[in-house]
Structure formats: C-alpha cells, structure tokens
Write a protein that binds this ligand. Sequence first.
Ligand code: 1GP
Length: 257
Amino acid sequence: MKQALYQQFVEKKQSGKKSFAVLIDPDKVDNEKIDQLLTLAVAAKVDYFLVGGSLVISSHLDQCIQQIKSCATIPVLLFPGSPSQVSRYADALLYLSLISGRNPELLIGQHVISAPFVKNSGLEIMPTGYMVIDGGAPTTVSYISNATPIPADKNDIAMCTAMAGEMLGMKLIYMDAGSGAKRPITETMIEIVARNIRIPLIIGGGITEPEKAYRNCKAGADVIVVGNAIEKDASLIAEISHAVHSTQNAELGTHNA
Ligand code: 1GP
C-alpha cells in the first residue's frame, strides 16, 4: 500500500514542521475560483488541498481535482463525507472513521460497503480518527453524521477518544469543530490531545484568523485546515500560511536562544 504522503506527515511532525491545508468544497467553487485559489496557494506555499465536505451536491468532484492537479503540484487529499466522494485523480484519501460519535455507519458500516472500491482506487489510504467537537452551533457535519459532538469543554473525553483512536491503529487524528463553526477548538483541548498521542493531529473548523492558526500550532496541531473563511476572503491564504509556517521558526528561535 502507498505511504509516501503519510510518511511526509510523520517526518514533518518529527521535525516540528507545521502544515497548512486549504479545504475546497466542490459545491462552492467554479473553474475561475479554483484558478484564483491555486494561484494564491502556490504563491503562499500551501502544503495540501483537502477536497470534499459533509454534503457534496454537485457532480464535478473529478473535474475539480483534475483542474487542481493540472496547475499545481500541491498534494490533494480527499476529505469525503460519503463513499461517493472518492476520486482516483486525488493523491490520498483521509479514510475517516467518526470515532467521536456512536453511529456505526460512520464508524465502520460505510467502510465495509465501499472497501473493494476504495482499495481499487489506487489512492494512498490514510486511516483517520475523525472527532467532531461542538463548535457552538449545529454544523452540517453534526447534522449529517447524526452523532453527538464532543462538548467543547470536555478535554478529557477528547483526550481519551484520540488515545483510543491511536491504539486502534488510526494514523491521523482530525479534530473538527465543523465548517463555519462559531467557536473553533480551544488551544487547551488541542494541547491536551497533542500531549497524549504520537500520530499527527489535524485541526479545523471555524478558524478565521492567522493568530488562531498560529496558537493552534503552538498548542500542538500539526496541520491546520481552513475552508469557510477562505471562501469569503481568499487573501487569507497568504496570511494563514505565513502564520502556520512561522510557528516552526518561532520554535526554532526559542531553541536557539
Ligand atoms: C471543516 O475543518 C473544516 O470540516 C474546515 O472548517 O470551513 O470552518 O474552515 P472551516
């Protein structure tokens, strides 16, 4: 099985390098918008594109990914809300199991049904413990998943869930407050979870400012995902990318002092 991108995640974590991923929802972009995002992302040295969403209505997922791949070498990771969002044109698949919920369909059911299809896709598969954290308002992911999010202040539940995910063999943990969350995940929760796992930690949901991305990285996030805020103001790509990548420099500065 392919592991090149995952290996990159691990090596970056080991060397303290933080990554920035731009989330593209195929429903919300046309060709022109994708071109604009690509230009800004390449200039800002964005590390990854995530493509997908809890609910994707349009049918141009393949075309959207092909357009990205034809113009940029930035790896494309699928972030699927359902097995129908698998495209062989991507580089890898975040193979999500909703470990914060108790909906068996999203823990294992849909995986069983789509397993041969996913295996034959040729994609690099990244088993990901997906944890939805309450973001202060019902989000698409909390409604569609039909599962209760982890309360925003229950750091111990988040910690134990992530630890269990790691011991079950997940290769990544993705903590998500949901797209457009009113309250992004607290740094306290990120810090407690990061301290208790060794696998890379992805954080997303409701991040709208470079400062928050920076603080999340300092707290232990390895990858920051932003979608909604960039849809509204694409110039944030440069600012957030700079903030995320400067975390490592700040840490190096401290060590050298
Ligand atoms: C949602 O984590 C992602 O699943 C990104 O959230 O769209 O709020 O940035 P935003």
